[in-house]
Design a binder for this molecule. Sequence first.
Ligand code: HEM
Length: 216
Amino acid sequence: MKVAAMEGNWQTDTGVPLLLFAIPDQAAQTNHFAIGIPNMASFILTHDWQGEVPGLNEVAPEMQPPVFLVFWSFRIMVAMGLLMVFFGLAGWVLRYRQRYHQSRWFLQSLRWMSLTPFIAVLAGWVVTEAGRAPWLIYEQMTHAEGLTPSLTGGMALFTLIGYVVVYSLVFSAGVYYLLKVFRGGLEKANQPHEQDEVERAKRPFSAAHASLEGEN
Ligand code: HEM
């Protein structure tokens, strides 16, 4: 059912298209504004242009995953992957033409591309976890059955706040150091420190410290 949700495929059918865009409507058990490549989903999933692909109608609506969420998380992940491929190839071409370091659009876009792995990993995680709903263990235990009976809302909230606080601290420290490394710039970070050449491998943030020292 996960794949059916990723593909937005409501009915078991043959010659199923690969949907590029659609607005899945779970209540109506259908898609709106669907645009797809004819027969492509059948081909990818069964290696046969007319292959039969199971649809979400194989199970009762309450046993289906949240289709809109899975469908769009999957497309976001794949879009990030395609962007990575595009920039990888573009980088090759620019390098071949010796324009890699001069191409402003490319270098500026790479700054934004640094976000894409995070977005793709989060979207992929949503696909995996939401896509298996309502099952915690397939056909054995649902999410609802997996709830710890003695766990109160207050306890869950307390743990969540704990996670948010600890992660915020760790994450801001990481970002702070990364920005320091970035500000140091490539050349500065690569400058050999003759006296601590051997130590460097053990000190990944040495570039950040070097740039801090430079400021003071
Ligand atoms: C480019 C095309 C891509 C395709 C066709 C694709 C396909 C998939 C599929 C089918 C799943 C669900 C697996 C399952 O639940 O059984 C998945 C999960 C996932 N994907 Fe992608 N993916 C793509 C790109 C990416 C990229 C670029 C990243 C990260 C940089 C990524 C990260 C993940 C992660 C973290 C999961 C969750 C894995 C787990 O929790 O088990 N994916 N992907």
